[in-house]
Design a protein around this ligand. Sequence first.
Ligand SMILES: [Zn+2]
Length: 307
Amino acid sequence: MHKTFSFPIHCESPQVKPDSVEVRNVNGEVVIFASINPPDSHAFEAYDVFDKVEIIPSLVKMVEKIKNGGNKKKEIKKWVKEWGLLKGSLTKNEFDQYEMRQSIDSFWREAEKLYDLWNLHKHTVNRDLESIKKHVQKKEKIYDSHTLNTDFIHDEESGTYLFFSESESKVKVAEFFLFSNKDYKAKEIAIWDESEELVTYQYICMHYILNQIEEHVSKGILRHYWLKRDSYQEKDYFKIEPILTFNNLLDALYMQLFILMTENEKKICPVCEHPFTPERKDKKYCSETCYLTAKSRRYRARKNAAM
Ligand SMILES: [Zn+2]
């Protein structure tokens, strides 16, 4: 793209913090109701998702707590009380309240998926090959280029074309199966080079995450925020402020991940889950506090193992 057409874009997603959250059975389905009392003024008090960096980290911690045996209903209710539902639209109920509803199954499915993608992103930017391999199975395949009529391999499942040079007689290709036990499983392929193991895995994971994200970020609505005329003695022009709006909290959170991926300088702190820019390549934690927390956790784990 020519630099004439590059522009920064402002993102917004106003969300209302619910006044009360209830979980009820509706025709055999467990549904979360997030209600908002009628506002005194014309506007609801909303927070903007793009002002808050702690939403995904808190979602990740909530999912982790449930996976470690925490009470699902209780933990989800607590989270929704703080941030709202992931999906749904505001409607008026019979008590003249505004409410949003989402089945607990749907909420959990989306939360778990975002949790998995966040972890995969974290391991990828943190260069943690061991952890990446827990989500990705690899199968190697050797292609004899003399038996192929083309200088490329096309994989229909992943939609990938792999090109190779004519001088190579044997081409090693690896197939990667991501989250094979989940409904967001996918296959990716790449030319396999042992010396580039980490980079190949990182590339595969990034590609996969982007595919999963794009379905959500494409739901953003592009409009103009204001139109303004600037007039000086020598210049006189109109300009607009573009704005990308996301209705659902979930789509906005995926957009946050997308923004993080446009500049992969940031790592994710394995303790607090917050993105941070490391001053050194080998820096693992966002702060001294998180470094010390990790250290004492390792110490406790070793002590427990020895007992
Ligand atoms: Zn941290």
